[in-house]
Design a protein around this ligand. Sequence first.
Ligand code: URA
Length: 242
Amino acid sequence: KLRIFPYENHGRTNKIKIHLPIGRKEYVMANEKLHICDHPLVQHKVSLLRDKNTGAKEFRELVSEISMLMCYEATRDLPLKKVQIQTPIAIAESNVISGRKLAFVPILRAGLGMIEGATALVPAAKIGHIGIFRGKGGSDKTVANEYYCKLPFDIDERDVIITDIMLATGTSAVHAIQKVKEAGARSIKFMCIIAAPEGIAAIQKAFPDVEIYCGALDDGLNEDLYITPGVGDAGDRLFGTK
Ligand code: URA
């Protein structure tokens, strides 16, 4: 069933059309913390990413390009300060970013694929890593097991953008946000390419202050907890492991 949800995007109220089974409406509430990137370039590239015939090389390139475009949106609120610059003609009153420090924290493995594009825009950002697995060796798929965590030592002076290609149940995302919050990050955003309503609901329940950026909001999860229609296993497609 096609439903139309209003959502806020940079102060505008847009409408998004998504297919949701009846009863799912409560998962996605119009709110100012959810940013769905409706730029035509992002939408086009997300469609190419979904295609099962897109190979690992192209998948990687697309993830990088989409991440760069999304990072542009996610950094839209960086504060500016005025400086004077001598041009060949005159002195310009011009803007520069006012010393706000950023860190990216990819959730391994798929989140790594988003770092090249993000750091192309913010080369000075530091990068932390969080490795989380779910459901290995028969363990509960809805429990996050952390196997690695290395965050910048000065993360408490930084605004952090956590990346993962897929926001499915939200289990890993909530765990990663918790870790970064405990480490003292000044602010936290979560950036993914495809989100399920369940994942958005999980983050917003646990951390209502976290801004979420996604390239597409899909229908939901299947019985294996994959996003549908989604892209399949993003890690495998990115690294060509299947
Ligand atoms: N992780 C993936 O790689 N794909 C999904 O659809 C969900 C989680």
